[in-house]
Design a protein around this ligand. Structure first.
Ligand code: HPA
Ligand code: ZN
Length: 337
């Protein structure tokens, strides 16, 4: 095996932002088992090995079934706090400076957990991470697209008292069969209420779903978006408008969007001058946090230092930070040699 210490150190030295992380997807098996015991929630598994053995996925749905089961151990405000703090601790160690994290309220409210339990636990963790590690973070509330638009409307209503604590709304869960337009009216209302919008599109779903998210949901970013390359007119549009794509390399291989990392289209996206970023998606399930994603992509696709610097720069450019904050972080990247 080639020694990759230098590459690893270089990636570690780059200040980075993470823009596509489902906080429920950062639930590591040891915390999952600890919480299942503490909260008396029965899981199919009783050891870490058993949990990890279940992490062989055939597609997005086979992952989601296990991901929702894992999330069932989260009951109390302190559970959401501990979950997010464990993730922020990883960020601090990996030189991740800014995080825009997804949470799925319906995964919890459908089990009888109150919206404010979820929101307060996560918000307190964001505040704590700022104090403890100087991390900057923002919350993005996702609607589950396999549920109805009415259910999403209800969730938006619950979020309104907290709208100053949530920067944007997003769309996740089972993509195929649930096009973005299904949620047009709730996204219209969310924008009226001052939320920015993002959406998962073009992960398993076709390029038409990316058009749909741009045209009907007026999104600021596309989450995943890797299938855009099937539509030249779409690539030109994404390039012209510099619409960010939050790409998740390890996730895409684990969920068999690409056969192997060598087949991943990230380098093609960069060469097409698209604003691509690297992210971890569900790091506890897909085998790595942000730096592991950079490393796996860099090794398999032979990315240069310049590519990696561009990806780190893109992560701040694509963020919802202010112009001044972006400038501060971009200067930090410029001082890495
Ligand atoms: N895609 C869609 N929904 C999700 C994902 C994903 O990768 N991770 C968690 N929810
Ligand atoms: Zn995702």
């Amino acid at each position: 095996m080639k020694d990759n210490t230098n590459l690893r150190n270089f990636i570690g030295s780059l200040p980075k932002a993470e823009l596509h992380i489902h906080i429920e997807g950062s639930l590591e098996p040891d915390l999952m088992l600890k919480l299942s015991e503490k909260n008396h929630v029965n899981l199919k598994y009783s050891t870490i090995d058993e949990v990890k053995k279940a992490y062989e996925f055939e597609n997005l749905q086979s992952f989601l079934d296990i991901y929702y089961e894992g999330a069932s151990v989260l009951l109390k405000e302190e559970d959401f706090f501990d979950l997010a703090m464990a993730y922020f601790d990883k960020c601090a160690r990996q030189n991740v400076k800014h995080i825009e994290l997804f949470f799925d309220p319906q995964t919890h409210t459908d089990r009888g957990i109150k919206f404010d339990i979820v929101l307060n636990g996560l918000w307190n963790a964001c505040e704590n991470a700022k104090q403890r590690w100087g991390l900057s973070s923002k919350l993005i509330m996702c609607f589950l697209r396999h549920l109805s638009a009415e259910n999403a409307h209800e969730t938006l209503k619950q979020a309104l008292p907290y709208k100053n604590k949530i920067i944007a709304v997003g769309l996740d869960s089972s993509e195929v069969g649930h096009p973005p337009s299904k949620f047009k009216t709730v996204f219209d209302e969310a924008r009226r209420q001052g939320f920015l919008t993002v959406a998962h599109a073009g992960e398993e779903g076709p390029p038409e779903y990316i058009w749909d998210a741009l045209d009907n949901l007026k999104v600021s970013r596309i989450d995943h978006g890797v299938r855009c390359l099937e539509d030249a007119r779409l690539v030109a549009e994404l390039q012209k408008k510099q619409v960010p794509l939050t790409v998740c390399p390890l996730s895409n291989v684990k969920l068999r969007v690409f056969k192997s990392m060598k087949d991943h289209c990230l380098k093609k996206l960069l060469r097409a001058n698209l604003l691509a970023t690297i992210n971890s998606d569900d790091p506890a399930y897909f085998g790595g946090y942000l730096n592991e994603n950079y490393l796996a992509a860099a090794e398999a696709l032979d990315l240069s230092h310049e590519d990696l610097i561009n990806l780190a720069r893109n992560s701040f450019i694509a963020s919802f930070l202010t112009k001044e904050e972006k400038t501060k972080y971009l200067k930090q990247i410029d001082s890495v040699n």
